[in-house]
Ligand binder design. Structure first.
Ligand code: ADP
Length: 161
């Protein structure tokens, strides 16, 4: 069984993230989307909210499950019996950091490989930061986040007026 982990902050999950999940679900038998708790960022949505968003928007993929973890990523991957970490690459700007992380994880756990999926060209510009910014101005979010979670995102962020 090919088990992969797709880690990130998902604050909140975007259509770009969801595109990676969809493609990973075809490549692997099981995909854990892991909301990482200690990523050094100060998230707007709670861990529970972020996990709930991911679970809601991925419910149509039978082999995808969202969880959270505050462990070292490779320890979490091992605990799931996984051998793969999935990452999305948007642009050159993602590359340096992701390359460094992949090599670090490889040193820590040589049996675990990082698999990079290139972002769909429709979403190369898209980040959770952009979504949060747009939500604060009540912008139409349908091009940025899955429909199911738009009311929740606006509820928390769209209170600028
Ligand atoms: P962000 O950079 O938006 O805060 P995360 O830390 O949650 O995102 O990112 C988790 C993973 O998803 C990373 O591998 C990141 O490169 C990837 N990713 C983020 N946005 C996109 C996108 N629009 N298309 C493809 N991959 C993405």
């Amino acid at each position: 069984m090919r088990i992969a982990v797709y880690p990130g902050s998902f604050d909140p999950i975007t259509l770009g993230h969801l595109n990676i999940v969809k493609r990973a679900s075809r490549l692997f038998d099981k995909v854990y989307v892991c909301v990482m708790v200690n990523s050094g960022k100060s998230p707007v949505f709670t861990v529970e909210e972020r996990v709930d968003f991911v679970n809601r928007v991925t419910s149509k993929y039978g082999n995808v499950e969202a969880e959270s973890s505050d462990s070292l990523l490779v320890d979490y991957v091992k605990s799931k019996g996984g051998l793969f970490i999935v990452k999305g690459l948007r642009a050159l700007s993602d590359f340096d950091m992701e390359f460094q992380m992949a090599l670090t994880n490889k040193k820590l756990e040589p049996g675990i490989d990082t698999v990079f999926l290139t972002a769909d060209e429709k979403y190369t510009y898209l980040s959770s930061t952009i979504v949060r910014e747009m939500a604060m101005y009540h912008a139409d979010l349908t091009k940025f986040v899955p429909r199911e979670i738009i009311p929740d995102v606006l509820e928390k962020l769209g209170k600028a007026d």
